[in-house]
Design a protein around this ligand. Structure first.
Ligand code: C2O
Ligand code: CU
Ligand code: CU
Length: 426
C-alpha cells in the first residue's frame, strides 16, 4: 500500500493511494479449498488495515480495526477458502479512517471460483469483466476533494471512475459478458441498468450464486454490495451501463458508467445454465435466536457508538440467527463480517427480486425494517471481534458499527463484555 498519483484526467495528476500500483489493487482469484497467504506491506506514512470483505476467516485474519498495520509494517494473513464462489473485495478498515483510505484508492477485487462459477463466462478481462464503481468529488486541478462528511450520508461525488478509469469504454468480443459489479463508493447507491433498457440476468449476489438466473432490467447496489450479471450482445451494437435516477437519499443522481461497444463479429457464448448452483439458500431453525438492531440519525447502533473495547454481541460458532434491523434515520445499509445471509423480508414483505440471493451487505432505506437469516463463520476466538456496521463509510467511521465475537457453542456466558485495553493484534 503506497501513495503516489494517477492521471485520470488528461494532463492532470491526482494524488492517490494504491496497492501494487497507483490506484486500486490487483484482482485476486482463488478457488474454493485453496490456502491463500499474503504479505501486505504498509508503505504509507500512516496506519491502515486491510479487510477481506465477504470472506469467512479467523477474526485475526479479518483485517478489521483491530489488525492495525503501522506505517512501514508488514502483515501476513493466511487462511483456507471455505465458502462458495463469490465476488468479494478488500479495503482498509482503520476505525475513523476507512472512508478516506478507500476514497484515496485502496480497494481491490477478490474472486472466489468453484465448479459452479466457472460454468459461467470466466475469461477474466475477455468475457468476465470487473466493474468497480466509485464516485469522486473532483477539483479543477484534478485532485479529489476529501470532505468525508459533506452530506448526512458522507461524500457524494460528481465524477465516476470505473476500475479507476474516467469515462471508460469496453469492446466486447463474445455474445455474452459477465460483469462483476462492485459498489466501491463511500455513500452513493446506483440504480443500474442499460441506456437502451435491455434486460440482463442476475446470476450472483454478494456472497454467492443464485439458484437460477433472474431476468432484470434494473438493479440497485448500495455501498459495499456486489452483483454478477450476464448480458447478451449482438454484433456491432453499442449501449451504456447507466445509473438511473433513484428515490433521492443515497440513490440520487444519474450517470453513464461504461460505454459498451460490441465488435462486428462476436464469438458465440454457450447457453446460460438453468441451474447455477445447488447450494441451498440460507435459512434459520424454528427457534433461531433473534437479535434486534436500531439505526437512526445518530452515529450509533442500538444507541451505542462504536467502542473498540466493547463486545456487543457473542455468537456461537456456525450459528444461524435472525438479525432484525430497523432504520428510522438517514438511508443506511448493513454489513456483517464473517457471515452470509438471505434477506427474509423488508417491512414484512418479500425483498426485491435482486436481493434474494446470498448476501453480506443489505440496503436499508429510511423507514425500513429488514430481517436477515444469517449464517456465521465457525472459527471461535473470544478475544478478537468481527464488525457489523453501516457501509456508508462516513457513518461507519462516525460510530455506526458494533463488534461481535464468535465463540465455542456453550461458552457464550464466559465472554467478558470488555476487551482488555490495548488489545490490538499487530
Ligand atoms: Cu467492506 Cu467492515 O467492511
Ligand atoms: Cu466486511
Ligand atoms: Cu449509514
Amino acid at each position: 500500500m503506497k501513495s503516489s498519483s494517477t492521471e485520470f484526467f488528461a494532463g492532470k495528476q491526482t494524488p492517490t493511494w494504491g496497492i501494487n500500483g497507483s490506484y486500486l489493487g490487483p484482482t485476486i482469484r482463488a478457488s474454493r479449498g485453496d490456502q491463500v497467504s499474503f504479505d501486505i506491506v504498509n508503505n504509507l506514512e500512516e496506519t491502515s488495515t486491510l479487510h477481506w470483505h465477504g470472506m469467512r476467516l479467523p477474526a485475526v485474519m479479518d483485517g478489521g480495526p483491530h489488525q492495525m498495520m503501522e506505517a512501514g509494517s508488514v502483515w501476513k494473513p493466511y487462511w483456507t477458502i471455505e465458502q462458495p464462489a463469490a465476488t468479494t473485495w478488500y479495503h482498509p478498515h482503520l476505525h475513523g479512517k476507512t472512508a478516506l483510505h478507500v476514497y484515496r484508492g485502496l480497494a481491490g477485487l477478490f474472486i472466489i471460483e468453484d465448479e459452479d462459477s466457472t460454468a459461467l463466462p470466466s475469461e477474466y478481462g475477455v468475457n468476465d469483466i470487473p466493474i468497480i464503481i466509485q464516485d469522486k468529488l473532483v477539483k479543477s486541478d484534478g485532485s479529489f476533494k476529501e470532505n468525508m462528511g459533506l452530506t448526512p450520508f458522507g461524500l457524494l461525488g460528481n465524477q465516476i471512475l470505473i476500475n479507476g478509469t474516467y469515462d471508460p469504454y469496453l469492446k466486447v468480443t463474445t455474445s455474452q459478458i459477465r460483469f462483476r459489479l462492485v459498489n466501491g463508493s463511500n455513500a452513493r447507491a446506483y440504480n443500474l441498468g442499460f441506456a437502451d433498457n435491455r434486460t440482463f440476468y442476475l446470476v450472483s449476489s454478494d456472497a454467492g450464486l443464485l439458484p437460477e438466473p433472474v431476468k432484470l432490467d434494473r438493479l440497485l447496489l448500495s455501498p459495499g454490495e456486489r452483483a454478477e450479471i450476464v448480458v447478451e450482445f449482438e454484433a456491432g451494437e453499442e449501449t451504456i451501463l447507466h445509473s438511473f435516477a433513484g428515490k433521492g437519499g443515497i440513490e440520487n443522481g444519474e450517470f453513464d458508467l461504461v460505454k459498451i461497444i460490441a465488435e462486428t463479429s462476436l464469438l458465440k457464448s454457450s447457453q446460460l445454465p438453468n441451474q447455477l448452483t445447488a447450494e441451498p439458500p440460507i435459512d434459520v431453525p424454528e427457534n433461531a435466536k433473534v437479535r434486534k438492531f436500531e439505526m437512526t440519525t445518530a452515529s450509533a447502533i442500538n444507541g451505542k457508538e462504536m467502542d473498540m473495547n466493547r463486545i456487543d454481541e457473542v455468537v456461537p460458532a456456525g450459528a444461524r440467527e435472525i438479525w432484525e434491523i430497523t432504520n428510522t434515520g438517514w438511508d443506511h445499509n448493513f454489513h456483517i463480517h464473517d457471515a452470509a445471509f438471505t434477506v427474509m423480508d423488508k417491512n414484512r414483505e418479500a425483498p426485491p427480486i435482486y436481493e434474494r440471493g446470498r448476501k453480506d451487505t443489505v440496503f436499508i432505506p429510511n423507514g425500513t425494517t429488514v430481517r436477515l437469516a444469517v449464517e456465521f463463520g465457525s472459527y471461535p476466538d473470544p478475544n478478537t471481534p468481527y464488525m457489523y456496521h453501516c457501509h456508508l463509510l462516513y457513518h461507519e467511521d462516525s460510530g455506526m458499527m458494533g463488534q461481535f465475537v464468535i465463540v465455542e457453542p456453550g461458552t457464550e456466558s464466559q465472554v467478558s463484555q470488555q476487551l482488555p485495553k490495548g488489545n490490538h493484534d499487530h
